[in-house]
Design a protein around this ligand. Structure first.
Ligand SMILES: *Cc1c(COP(=O)(O)O)cnc(C)c1O
Length: 392
């Protein structure tokens, strides 16, 4: 197919040309004496992305899921109790992992389209008088439903109750895109990955651990090997990894982090918010459609999950977009399969790129009997962006 491929799944996101070029380099000895010059500044700059000075950053040659596992196994003990809310594919899968790793898992089911409910956390934690719960899990951005949760609200509950559990956050589709503050929010483990806000190919799992999590690691009796965070920290401190790192990806990460830090983290957050708002204007005011996220407090700045009208199917819309317009929209996962399609708006992105996704989605909907006024989405988004200029 001629022309660009329009990639609008909520990860992998678009990889900037400069990052692609940095990755496209000859193989090298991963133990050569210059490797620490690459690794050590990366570890340091990742701290600026999650806003920690006190914590330690590690990365594994894995996807984000690997770091879910690394966080749990490295800090907890066999059979420990963990608490988390399930309200979409990713929050659900992390808790499913906890069960499979044989942690005693308390799952709070929330309606899909809502997020981590502070009241549910409060109830479970205040009932836990003898502090059996050792880790509290929060998925900051539920990518399946386009829902953002308030991590700080959960921190406050732990503080108010004087509850010592570790606070673990899945930030795979929020870190480097919208506000996340590891130190200020007292987060003990933050999990992320390379292929979303960090504008890289998949292949690097990222994990930040607080001093409290580091202490917990010293007492953990859970068997670990590949994902042993303490081993990784020891090697990274010397500028190497315990095994073969994806050096090319790390050269790409150097450029991607430079781009993010040059733009400024807060500006990156603002850009994502503004692009997300424009996209929501297209969906709600332009098309007259609804988001899966039930109310504005849940709206995600990195992905919008759009509900197709009752009786319509989102699957052929996604298929037409792909085959006819070279546009990749995100599919609905598990409970919302066929009910939503998703537009990812994270990473290396601007207004006009988003217009292509909005326009392509309009045409794909029309081809499949979902009636929207052609151009209405682009018009509503453009109006918002005109009225709210960047840098204002
Ligand atoms: C993408 C995603 C994951 C899974 O990450 P992988 O890199 O695919 O392993 C986990 N959580 C959230 C919120 C995600 O968006």
């Amino acid at each position: 197919m001629s022309g660009y491929h329009h990639l609008f799944v909520p990860g992998p996101s678009n990889v900037p040309a400069a990052v692609q070029q940095a990755i496209h380099c000859p193989m090298e000895d991963h133990r050569n004496p210059t490797i620490p010059d690459l690794i050590s500044p990366l570890v340091n700059d990742l701290k600026k992305i999650v806003l920690t000075e006190k914590g330690k950053m590690v990365f594994f040659p894995s996807s984000g899921t690997g770091c879910w596992e690394a966080a749990l196994q490295s800090t907890l003990n066999v059979g420990d109790t963990v608490l988390g809310a399930s309200f979409g594919q990713f929050s659900m899968l992390w808790l499913d992992m906890c069960k499979r790793l044989q942690f005693n898992t308390i799952t709070m089911e929330e309606e899909w389209g809502t997020g981590a409910n502070p009241e549910s956390y409060h109830k479970e934690l205040s009932n836990d008088k003898d502090h059996k719960i050792k880790a509290v899990l929060v998925c900051q951005n539920e990518t399946a439903t386009g829902v953002r949760s308030d991590v700080l609200a959960i921190r406050k509950i732990l503080d108010d109750l004087n509850h010592p559990a570790l606070l673990m956050v899945d930030g795979v589709s929020s870190v480097a895109s919208y506000e996340f503050r590891m130190d200020d929010w007292g987060v003990d483990c933050i999990v992320s990955g390379s292929q979303k806000g960090l504008m890289l190919p998949a292949g690097i799992g990222i994990l930040g651990v607080s001093p409290k999590a580091l202490d917990a690691m010293k007492n953990s009796n859970y068997p670990t090997c590949y994902f042993d965070v303490a081993d990784m920290i020891e090697k990274l401190d010397g500028g190497y990894l315990p095994y073969t790192p994806p050096v090319n990806l790390l050269r790409g990460m150097r450029v991607a982090l430079d781009m993010l830090l040059e733009e400024g983290l807060e500006n990156v957050w603002k850009r994502h918010h503004r692009l997300a708002e424009g996209t929501r204007q297209a969906i709600i005011n332009g098309w007259g459609m609804k988001l899966c996220a039930k109310s504005p407090n849940w709206y995600s700045d990195t992905v919008s999950a759009i509900l197709v009208p009752e009786g319509s199917d989102a699957v052929p819309v996604i298929s037409t977009a792909f085959h006819t317009y070279n546009l990749a929209l995100g599919a609905g996962l598990s409970k919302v399969a066929g009910k939503v399609f998703r537009i990812g708006h994270l990473g290396d992105l601007n207004e006009l790129m988003l217009c292509s996704a909005i326009s392509g989605a309009e045409m794909a909907m029309m081809s499949n009997g979902i009636k929207v006024e052609l151009g209405s989405g682009v018009a509503a988004a453009s109006k918002y962006w005109l009225d709210n200029p960047s840098g204002a």
